[in-house]
Design a protein around this ligand. Structure first.
Ligand code: PHE
Length: 458
């Protein structure tokens, strides 16, 4: 096992910590908030009937998401290790650490398709800046995006550029690169979302959009909707693959885990709802289909900006911030495997970052081509892009989350749990019994039920 005594470790493997408490929170929230909220949530809600999806999503965030975030935090800070090493340190001599591979696989799959969408944001930022997104009808916006996506080279190029940027920041290490960026950018994104939200509420068919999002039509509730909402909750909270665990390994002893989990869950959900409130009024006002799928946001947002004074400037700024929000998320998902390569395989940070980047480059390219030349190549009826998205979000993340909840609930040392929750006795922990009940019973049973339901067993 990798020694956890800092003095015995080479420099790249020493325990690093975030500089400030605010930095720790901003980075965690930065990981959670990203394309998952602004791109994935609206299209998932749109294809899964709106209100019913939203209701399940919020329910899953509260009863499954937040308890599993706390569980990952406890494992991460308690060990200071990567996802593989944390399981091995806490349950030596068992097979639990193999779960680390699930997390690493999921993180690489997500990084691959996510970088493609992040590349789209860069293209749209650029196109807004040069005034190329100036159309009148919804069909024109649709055709424009279609043409870009199916063009092979431009999506590929932006994916590579995005991955290169991700690489450059990662190689500088955790607190210098990631923490500084998150502190500055997240508040700006938040403000901008509020401005756009207010604007969307003034659109003609705003009430129809809000009804679609907030008025659950229970006849739409199906196992597919529930699985989708559960996957979205895990994806949006960066949960079930050891991302929160890896970041928590950089927390210091001052960080309050339960409070941080609620804050992360709360802010993340708020941003998703804001995104929904921006998108759906526009979808109905401009006569688009809410079920357009992954391309939804890239067709709807430009039409919103078009209707605003100084639309091109708003659009450039928004896509720029969306790109940055994606970057803070890809940094966190890359960190999972980088930390694993460093601590378990003895690689240097430089080597680990290169390996992570190389894998993402190959699979990211395949995902980018899924909208072009590889569009007809399908596995189980899904393109590589859709397959990576579906398998990671709907299967691997909830499965990982379920196992983490079982591990922390039933296997992890109670004394360590108490210490982690109370910061080694620095403050009282209220509600520990309820939290542990959620981790031991509600989260694993809830996830299992949704799984069984989705494969038709119940
Ligand atoms: N939570 C991120 C988002 O919403 C995506 C993510 C998933 C990040 C898994 C890290 C790990 O965009």
């Amino acid at each position: 096992m990798t020694p956890n005594n800092p003095s015995q470790l080479p420099q790249d493997q020493q325990r690093i910590q975030f500089n400030t408490r605010l930095g720790a929170i901003a980075t965690t929230v930065g990981s959670a908030i990203g394309l998952g909220n602004i791109w994935r949530f609206p299209y998932e809600a749109g294809t899964h009937g709106g209100g019913a999806f939203m209701l399940c999503y919020i329910g899953f965030i509260i009863i499954l998401g937040i308890p599993v975030v706390v569980a990952e935090f406890m494992m991460g800070r308690g060990t200071g290790l990567n996802v593989f090493g944390a399981f091995r340190k806490l349950a030596p001599g068992t097979s639990w650490h193999y779960l680390g591979y699930v997390g690493i696989l999921a993180s690489l799959m997500i990084l691959s398709f996510y970088s493609v969408v992040a590349g789209w944001t860069v293209e749209y930022c650029w196109q807004s800046a040069i005034g190329a997104l100036d159309f009148e009808t919804a069909d024109e916006y649709h055709a424009h995006f279609d043409e870009f996506c199916s063009g092979n080279w431009r999506p590929l190029l932006w994916t590579w550029i995005f991955l290169a940027l991700n690489f450059v920041i990662l190689i500088r290490g955790v607190s210098k690169g990631i923490e500084k960026m998150s502190n500055i950018l997240m508040p700006i994104l938040f403000l901008l979302l509020i401005v756009f939200c207010i604007n969307s509420l003034t659109l003609d068919k705003a009430s129809e959009g809000l009804k679609f999002l907030f008025h659950p039509d229970f006849s739409q509730l199906s196992s597919k909707v529930m699985l989708g909402a559960m996957g979205q909750a895990f994806f949006s909270l960066s949960l079930g693959l050891g991302c929160m665990m890896t970041y928590a390994s950089y927390f210091n002893d001052e960080t309050r885990l339960v409070k941080s989990a609620f804050l992360t869950g709360g802010l993340d959900t708020m941003v998703a709802i804001l995104a929904g409130v921006i998108i759906f009024p526009a979808v109905f006002t401009f006569g688009m289909s809410p079920a357009a799928g992954p391309t939804l946001v890239f067709e709807v947002l430009p039409s919103i900006f078009h209707s605003l004074p100084f639309g091109a400037a708003w659009s450039t700024l928004f896509f720029f911030l969306l790109f940055l929000a994606s970057l803070t998320s890809t940094l966190s998902m890359s960190e999972i495997s980088i930390k694993f390569f460093i601590q378990e395989k003895g690689m240097t940070r430089r080597g680990a970052t290169c390996l992570n980047g190389a894998i993402a480059l190959v699979f990211g390219s395949l995902c980018a081509l899924s909208f072009g030349d590889l569009g007809s190549f399908t596995i189980c009826g899904m393109t590589i892009f859709n397959l990576f998205d579906y398998v990671s979000s709907n299967i691997l993340l909830p499965f990982g989350g379920m196992m983490i909840a079982i591990f922390v609930g039933w296997k992890m040392d109670r004394g360590l749990i108490r210490n982690e929750l109370s910061n080694y006795g620095q403050h009282q922990v209220r509600g520990m019994g309820f939290l542990m009940f959620c981790i031991r019973f509600i989260a694993p049973v809830g996830i299992l039920l949704v799984f069984l339901n989705s494969i038709g067993i119940i």
